[in-house]
Design a protein around this ligand. Structure first.
Ligand SMILES: [Zn+2]
Length: 577
């Protein structure tokens, strides 16, 4: 794990950020005893299963098994890596972190990233200044013609890139950025012919692209000239921007999207939707829908409504987005826009009320797929009809809810004249594929060497020995790391036995904070739920004894199953001792 801050400093940052305060910024928490509960921000639920322990400074969700310390919480909610999360938490409480060590490539990388982020803010300001200044008149009237008002321009930070080869370059130089950094930002490029720098975006309406925290990380440029070859131009991927992991306007939408998100094709659609009050709309950035996009959406909402352009390209894009989205727990719906080429045009023609109606009547992804299928076959031709029904059955086999499935089958039977029984037989042939693909085996199911109960005991023992100096001393004198069966816990214990001093118990919150392993995040659930014990040493010894017995029983059954007579004889001898 990349980390270039010393442990003491990370520790200071973690202790200064009270988990309950941090989580309260995202989740409405209700106090019960020394615990807090709320609706989980990582999966959709109606009754709270998200627990935060104030004294242990750990959270855990009993619905989706997410858990950890304040670091994991920020990593997950803000989509940051470990170092970024520490930086975020430090700035939250006003701890200043040292500038990265010059020798550390991590530090340099992070600093450069910060510098480029600053440059993008300066650039966004520059473009915005150009738009509202004298040279921006044409761009402003273009926006007015597209019914984008002053308020929307301000909210989305829209700007204008002047029709000049080096206006931005000169501006950034004046701001003190080095040539090298400016070139690395991608905002200015070097001409292959002359070797001279030139602004990448020229004479375009500029849309800043934000990350989830609201940093400007890229730009989209829309030409105002109708005949221009490239209508849209986007920043390329860079040190701060990965288009396959970014959704435009999610930074705005994240406050209003817990029930559903409207996914549209372009940022112009998003801007119009927000203007008309649909502030839960987001868009991709000129790239195909990815698994990362799907996971990002699943973190913020329960339902995604795809609202793509009504042309064939848009319809194809819907089908591939469905395939990816249905691998998550998200409910997926499709909105079809009649009499307009996209949401932007429809809203301007018919208004928000009619759009809302379309939205509320969005089709389930199953019905959408069926309707696409029906377009391909002629029902009057028997052969084509057979193929159609076979393919329909395949789609129905993805439906996990049996009531829903029955409704679809009934309708299909009436429509095609093929009996329900025959359709069901075809569904059975296709297999009920959906549910098995969605259920993820638990950690202990995958780590076959350990049972769920033993894993819990091992985890609890680990947390107990980190909680108190007397227990720590006793346990490390009694067992070795090999005592632990869970490979992840074994490795942790091995480390703390080798590196932790005898006079201070290991810092478990630190261990958890620095790990992204699932077994470790499960530890947080054990600790969050751990009862306070009167006699910790006694409790730890009982756990060791229980685990030893389980170990022995496992050995005996292994030998018994092996059928090796010599091993069996030895075992009986040992038992009689
Ligand atoms: Zn959850």
């Amino acid at each position: 794990m990349a980390s270039y801050y010393p442990d003491e400093l990370i520790n200071e940052v973690i202790s200064a950020n009270n988990l309950v305060d941090v989580v309260s910024g995202y989740v409405k928490l209700k106090k019960s005893g020394n615990r807090y509960m709320g609706l989980c921000p990582f999966h959709s639920e109606k009754t709270p299963s998200f627990h935060v322990s104030a004294d242990k400074q750990l959270y855990h969700c009993f619905g989706c098994n997410e858990g950890g310390s304040v670091v994991q919480f920020i990593m997950k909610t803000e989509n940051l890596d470990f170092v970024e999360a520490i930086k975020y938490l430090a700035s939250r409480v006003g701890i200043s972190l040292p500038e990265g060590n010059e020798k550390s490539s991590d530090g340099e990388y992070f600093q450069k990233k910060q510098k480029i982020l600053e440059m993008y803010v300066d650039t966004a300001r520059f473009y915005h200044g150009c738009l509202i200044g004298d040279i921006g008149k044409t761009a402003l009237s273009y926006l007015a013609q597209r019914q984008i008002d002053a308020q929307t321009i301000t909210r989305f930070g829209i700007g204008y890139s002047p029709d000049s080869y080096d206006a931005l370059f000169t501006h950034l130089k004046e701001k003190g950025y080095s040539d090298k950094l400016i070139m690395e930002s991608g905002l200015v490029r070097k001409s292959e012919k002359t070797g001279k720098p030139y602004d990448f975006f020229r004479d375009r309406v500029m849309i800043p692209i934000f990350d989830i925290r609201g940093n400007v990380i890229a730009f989209g440029g829309r030409t105002m000239v109708k005949s221009d070859g490239r209508k849209y131009m986007n920043s390329s991927d860079s040190i701060i921007f990965n288009k396959s992991k970014t959704l435009y306007a999610l930074n705005f939408a994240k406050k209003n999207c817990s029930e559903r998100i409207i996914m549209v094709e372009g940022y112009m659609d998003v801007i119009t939707l927000h203007k008309y009050g649909f502030t839960n709309a987001v868009a991709g950035l000129g790239t195909a829908f990815t698994k990362d996009h799907a996971n990002l959406l699943a973190r913020y909402t329960k339902e995604v409504v795809l609202c793509y352009d009504s042309d064939e390209a848009g319809r194809k894009a819907v089908m591939s987005a469905i395939e990816i989205l249905t691998t998550t727990q998200l409910k997926v719906k499709v909105m079809t826009i009649p009499d307009a080429k996209d949401a932007d045009e429809y809203l301007k023609l018919k208004g928000a009320v009619k759009f809302r109606k379309l939205l509320d009547n969005a089709q389930s992804h199953i019905l959408y797929k069926i309707s696409r299928l029906k377009e391909q076959y002629n029902m009057d031709n028997t052969e084509e009809k057979i193929t159609l029904v076979t393919n329909m059955a395949k789609i129905f086999s993805e439906v996990t809810n049996s009531i829903e499935r029955e409704a679809y089958v009934k309708e299909a039977s009436i429509e095609t004249g093929i009996s329900e029984d025959v359709i069901y037989a075809e569904i059975k042939k296709a297999g009920y594929s959906a549910p098995s693909a969605k259920i993820k085996p638990t950690y202990t199911q995958r780590v076959k060497s350990i049972s769920e109960g033993d894993f819990r005991t091992e985890g609890t023992l680990l947390s107990l020995m980190c909680s108190d100096i007397a227990i720590w001393r006793r346990v490390r004198n009694k067992i070795t790391a090999d005592f632990f069966e869970c490979p992840v816990l074994k490795e942790i214990v091995n480390n703390i036995f080798s590196f932790s001093p005898e006079d201070k118990p290991p810092d478990l919150i630190m261990i958890i904070s620095k790990s992204d392993n699932e077994a470790v995040s499960r530890l947080s659930s054990l600790i969050t739920n751990q009862q306070t014990v009167d006699d910790g040493i006694k409790a730890a010894e009982e756990m060791i004894e229980k685990l030893s017995k389980a170990k022995k029983a496992r050995q005996i059954s292994d030998i018994a199953n092996s059928g090796d007579p010599r091993a069996l004889a030895q075992m009986i001898k040992n038992l009689n001792k």
